[in-house]
Design a protein around this ligand. Structure first.
Ligand code: MG
Ligand code: MG
Length: 255
């Protein structure tokens, strides 16, 4: 079931989203060569504490997970696509890092992700990250009342495929509100004009993921959480929580 949010509720989600943006910024600032992934998690956690917000990630256990998620931040490095668990691994020059973060404030959730390079960027990684961001922009632009979920999916998929990248099967965006994951699913590839109609008051997380090698396949690492590309190529991820409004898409997880 899709819950349509009032303007007041969307404003409350914006406050949760602002904390998400601040946490991502703090984690990124901590992501220097030699920093551990736990340092990034701690930087994001400090933002939650300061804001009096809680983490929808910590202790989260979806159907596929063998254990509750042990951190507030997902950190996925290089061939890890999403759901990476922060570890003592220390970042190296040129690592491609994807961070995904959520916050819950006053009963409302926000969810956002970004990718970046630590230290010296490889041109191919910059292109990969730029494509994930362009796909997110295209998905957001299609998130208007009167369109359908398939229009968002098609917009995202078109950008990723045109760049020659793979799109992980079976993972994508989602409705969001009082819970981090709500209906409807928001796939990263699909046919225009299909799926649920978009209505003002819907809030969704749009989150393209791209695989540099062009394959769509991935596997879970031994930790049961981290999804890695099957071909070992690098991946990038970009996500915003967005509300459909009468005035067009409203990004709730910007700074
Ligand atoms: Mg996320
Ligand atoms: Mg999400």
């Amino acid at each position: 079931m899709v819950e349509l949010k009032t303007k007041t509720s969307i404003d409350a989600m914006r406050e949760a989203g602002r904390i998400v943006a601040q946490g991502l910024a703090a984690a990124r600032a901590a992501a220097r060569v030699g920093a551990s992934l736990l340092d990034l998690d701690e930087a994001a956690h400090a933002v939650l504490r300061e804001a009096g917000a809680s983490s929808p990630f910590l202790g989260y256990r979806p159907h596929f997970a063998p254990t509750p998620f042990p951190a507030v931040l997902c950190v996925s490095v290089n061939d890890a696509i999403v759901h990476g668990i922060p570890t003592a691994y220390r970042l190296r020059d040129g690592d491609l890092v994807s961070i995904d973060f959520g916050a819950e404030l006053d009963g409302w959730c926000g969810d956002s992700a970004r990718s970046f390079t630590v230290g010296t960027a490889r041109p191919e990684d910059t292109r990969l990250i730029g494509t994930a961001e362009s796909a997110l922009d295209a998905g957001i632009a299609a998130a208007v009342a009167g369109n359908r979920i398939g229009d968002i999916a098609h917009a995202i998929g078109t950008v990723c495929r045109a760049a020659g990248y793979g799109i992980p099967e079976d993972f994508g965006g989602h409705g969001i509100g009082r819970h981090m994951h709500e209906d409807p699913g928001v796939p990263n590839e699909g046919r225009p004009g299909r799926g649920m109609p978009l209505r003002p008051g819907m809030a969704i997380a749009i989150e393209p993921m791209v695989i540099a090698g062009g394959g769509d396949h991935y596997h879970a690492a031994p930790d049961g959480w981290t999804l890695r590309t099957n071909d070992g190529s690098r991946a990038a991820h970009a996500e915003h929580t967005v509300a459909i409004t009468e005035d067009g898409p409203r990004i709730l997880t910007a700074l």
